[in-house]
Design a protein around this ligand. Sequence first.
Ligand SMILES: *Cc1c(COP(=O)(O)O)cnc(C)c1O
Length: 404
Amino acid sequence: MSRRNIHTQLVRGQPLAGDAYNATSTPIYQTATFEQEHADRFGAFDYSRSGNPTRGAVEEQLAELEHGARGLAFASGLAALNTAVGVLKAGDTLLAHDDLYGGSHRLFSRIAEHRGIRVIYADLADAEAVRRRVTHGVNMVHIETPTNPLLSIVNVREVAAAAKKVGAITVVDSSAMSPYLQRPLELGADIVLHSATKLLNGHADVSAGALVVADTVTADRLAFIQNAEGSALGPFDSFLLARGLKTLAVRLDRQQASAARVANFLAQRSEVLRVRYPSLETHPGREVHRSQASGGGVVISFETGDRELSKRVVEALSLFSITVSFGSIASTVSLPGYMSHASIPAAVRRQRAFPDDIVRLSVGLECVEELIADLSRAFSAARHFDSQVETLPLPQRTAADALV
Ligand SMILES: *Cc1c(COP(=O)(O)O)cnc(C)c1O
């Protein structure tokens, strides 16, 4: 059967097989159990941890959107990542890009390593490092592209091809792009991972994660772990995810058009030393990104050279709310060094040249002129701030305290 256009896939989703009333939106099967006709033979569903029709519908839709064999929906992006890492056993080696989401770093260093998995990090945005580090003995390669918040670009085709040669599984965290802009399985990856809390849901009203797998053998192993560990997404949250997906394309078209305008505005400001946005002319990974994704996305980050100034800009904004996370229809701002990436130890952040003054914006659906005016006003307020007035100190969080 020929594949439906992605706009149609998003809006129409997957009709629920066997729905008695032909519901036009995904019904919520808010039940833990399903009565069986026979004591010795089970029907399609028996227990919601193992399978639920509402979750099944969104899982099928995710598989179709990512062009994979099977989709799996989880209670969070990290539950999805934990499941992917679950195919490794003690003694195996996981090679991860050295620029990654703080929670992923914490899962690798505080959970996976304790299970006896050897975790090594390398700059996989560098082709030479990919050749040197993706070698025999590596069992899984994990990358994010674009990364969050440094927005570095990893060449998925190169990494996946190198991993395939040595028999390693490639996992691509595509949370910053969604299948509307980037489909890693088509570039050779084995597993694509999403924090569906971000763009896929898009409304900041659900925590969810997803894995979509290229082959059915790996998919069945992951589904086994999902059931055995009990990390699947609940029926109501599956409904919210399915509902959010319907508008993914229109949200992204509009949000990334606004993001491009905001990035250009930032590039002109004297307070801004450096803007990172994957489709800006000046972005070092622009060509690779263009070869594997069809848009810059909604996340922009910038540096001011002074973390106090960055903090004042962030706190002076009114339309961008200070929030961890990104990808919602409402614009948000964060200081990743103190928020989403606080779970990466400070020494490791320094070693990787993670700028403490970096500000991350996620551009939403508000009027873009108002967003730019808000930024403009915040820069002026932050610059004219009287340095005699005391500001609250930046939070001193330790890796152990960090929630995200
Ligand atoms: C947020 C995020 C995650 C974790 O997802 P949760 O839904 O918060 O568990 C993983 N990877 C990236 C790139 C993220 O931004």
